[in-house]
Design a protein around this ligand. Sequence first.
Ligand code: NAP
Length: 348
Amino acid sequence: MERIDVGILGATGTVGQQFLRLLTNHPWFKPAWLAASERSEGRLYREAATWRLSTVPPPETERLRVDSCTPGRGPRLVFSALDAGVAQEIEPAFAAAGHIVVSNTRSFRMDPAVPLLIPEVNPDHLELITRQRGERGWTGAIVTNPNCSTVVIALALAPLRPFGLKSVLVTTLQAVSGAGYPGVPSLDILGNVIPAIGGEEEKIESEPQKILGALSNGAVLPHPVVISAHTTRVPVVDGHTAMISMTLETQPTAGDVRHALESFRGRPQELFLPSAPPAPVVYHESPDRPQPRFDAERDGGMTVTVGRLRPCRLMGLKMVALGHNTVRGAAGAAILNAELMHKEGWLD
Ligand code: NAP
């Protein structure tokens, strides 16, 4: 099969580099157009961006020049890793010009006509594209993936929907790569924990209801689960950890819950999508796992690892979940979204 040309908006940033890395050897998509701010426009990618991933820079960095984020210049399918402030204007302009924007930014996640997608959890929400096009007259579309902590939490909670998710108390321990580059100053984070991340708690408390909600007559009915979040930044490079306590309406045993987590599969696994991990949630037996250093990269960073499932004296059950924030929490999530869209005909 001939690979489909794709573009990357915000290609020079932390998430943009993950997009470029993951797309370089992708079997369906080929990075053909890279765009960023006026600061980078016209420069060879390797001159505009310092490669900050631990892998060797792909050949595209030597070959491709960075363009400006101007609609109509790049391929129909573009991934967006733009700074949220500018995505607010740039992404709709691309959708109006006929581009399919598979976005990683927060700007349109809670828009009622925009899918906030985890392909294993709510693949049917792609139908919102029809409403989006009808309401806005776009020939393109915007599809988003969740916040980097939300995706870990929502994937760990989705298998438990049959038990009746009632309330969740979650504390995150978030890696520094989640703050982009240069991110948090070293003297602030080394040997330290910062007990606040601007805007993050609101996203974790609202996005899962949309993701876990049911689609009915072209609208998402939010799931009634109530979530309270504490967020912290910790001196970890990659991998967001979430300490989750929860109350379920039924009272399943820890064994029932573990079985639900381990047997959970979704459309990406059924369809054998290229970026789909064999199982989206893996349960780790050891009492001292998951840990970012050992578990964030599991299955190329696309798996959420859960462990320490045990009774909670306040809420019923508690567990620890971990995922890779720039892969499953960003570029990998968006690429999986695009793979599902391709397989289900939304890119035609
Ligand atoms: P970043 O490293 O700061 O990169 C931002 C990108 O946006 C750069 O390519 C930059 O281009 C471009 N840009 C900035 N201003 C622009 C403008 N006026 N016009 C066009 N392009 C412009 O940020 P990041 O960490 O990769 O995050 C990107 C997005 O993903 C953000 O919305 C963030 O919230 C979200 N996100 C990040 C993570 C994570 O773990 N890091 C996870 C989930 C979601 P120049 O290089 O030319 O300035």
